[in-house]
Design a protein around this ligand. Structure first.
Ligand code: ADP
Length: 231
């Protein structure tokens, strides 16, 4: 192998196409993210941002294109292989937390570990540890409906991080928060990239949020364009 060959990004999608019935949502979109890097995916509503995130995260299968993760093509994997990969290596944060309302905050954070087969005692211990790290240990025994939006979103971030993912996908993670809590959540996500080398793919339409990223990718009409972020 040539020593000059650039290292392959951790996650790289090229020429991704996806239609829902007759509606093309993606028409040749590309995205690459390295370990420790934060990439913001920007663009107007309906431009294809969420669809791109779902394709690169292996949630939906593109009609065409390549989604490479550590040398494997997600598009060619079976549904079972893709969900195993998602559970093991990826973390997800959404706009409205999407915690399970019947479970306590602690049980919500422990859930991904339980789904991966970890025993309750260990899963509960790790979940409590993450709640403490995100400064929401005090809501451990409460249900999501009983906590504030900012607390709920930090619990959701804890749930995304408890499996120690290599890639974190965040779809408008601060969209339902006031600016103080939004800033807090963003600092957490950036910290994960800086301190632990997590690759962060952040979908947002807010320039204030995108300003935290190392790079911006703009989606318009299902196509992507790379923008350098001014230093
Ligand atoms: P954004 O995240 O930028 O708002 P989306 O990726 O959600 O954009 O949507 C892109 C286009 O695909 C839109 O026209 C949207 O209506 C359509 N779309 C997205 N998901 C679905 C779906 N599950 N079924 C039908 N159409 C969809």
């Amino acid at each position: 192998m040539s020593a000059a060959a650039p290292a392959e990004p951790l996650l790289v999608a090229t020429g991704v196409h996806k239609s829902f019935g007759p509606t093309p949502a993606l028409r040749g979109a590309s995205l690459a993210v390295d370990a420790g890097e934060v990439v913001a995916v920007m663009g107007p509503s309906g431009s294809g941002k969420s669809t791109l995130l779902h394709c690169v995260a292996g949630v939906i299968r593109p009609d065409d294109g390549v989604v490479g993760y550590r040398g494997r093509d997600l598009v060619l994997m079976s549904d079972r292989e893709r969900s195993a990969l998602r559970r093991g290596e990826f973390g997800f944060v959404f706009q409205f937390g999407q915690l399970v309302p019947e479970l306590t905050c602690l049980e919500n954070v422990a859930l991904p570990l339980r789904l991966n087969g970890m025993r309750w005692a260990e899963a509960g211990r790790r979940a409590a540890d993450w709640l403490a790290r995100l400064e929401v240990a005090d809501v451990a025994g409460q249900r999501p409906g009983e906590v504030s939006g900012g607390q709920g979103q930090r619990v959701a971030v804890a749930r995304a991080l408890v499996t120690e993912p290599r890639v974190l996908f965040a779809d408008e993670p601060t969209g339902a928060l006031d600016s103080l809590n939004g800033e807090r959540v963003m600092r957490l996500l950036i910290g994960m990239a800086r301190d632990r080398g997590v690759a962060v793919v952040l979908v947002t339409h807010e320039p204030r949020v995108a300003a935290y990223a190392d790079r911006e990718v703009v989606v318009r009409d299902g196509r992507t364009r790379d923008l350098a972020v001014a230093a």
